[in-house]
Design a protein around this ligand. Sequence first.
Ligand SMILES: [Zn+2]
Length: 159
Amino acid sequence: MELGRVAFLAGAFATHAVVGYALARGFTDADPRVGLVFGLLPDADFLFPAAWGWPLVHRGLTHTPLFAAAVVVGTYAIRRNRDLTLAVGLAIGSHLAIDSLSPLGIDWLFPVAATAGPGVPVHGPAMTGALWAASIAILAWRTDALRSLRRRVASSSRS
Ligand SMILES: [Zn+2]
């Protein structure tokens, strides 16, 4: 694999992981590492042997709402934990939302019909920057360290 492709994939994986982590941290009380793992989960299809063929290919089965729903329902069935289930749903949902905008898109209607994405360069510099900025904003909003710093600044300005 050429170096440019490796760098592109590393950036895409990091973005999915950071967005999943930030959503789990920002909107649930689950361990945010759950968001990191499930934000990356659909891209486990890179590990499928080429010989398997459709739908076990990249952007195949693991990039469908049907798969995401099965993972979310399965998580709840096994753990009976709403925060954990929400974190899993947000993370895997963010992956599908981001990838669905890309030129390759995802199959929203799998297994009924194939669909194409609108062709947004979601893993290009501009979208990557926007996704990272939004993730960092969510993390800053939910960071306890910033909250205690704000309290300290507020109390020192009063004295
Ligand atoms: Zn993907």
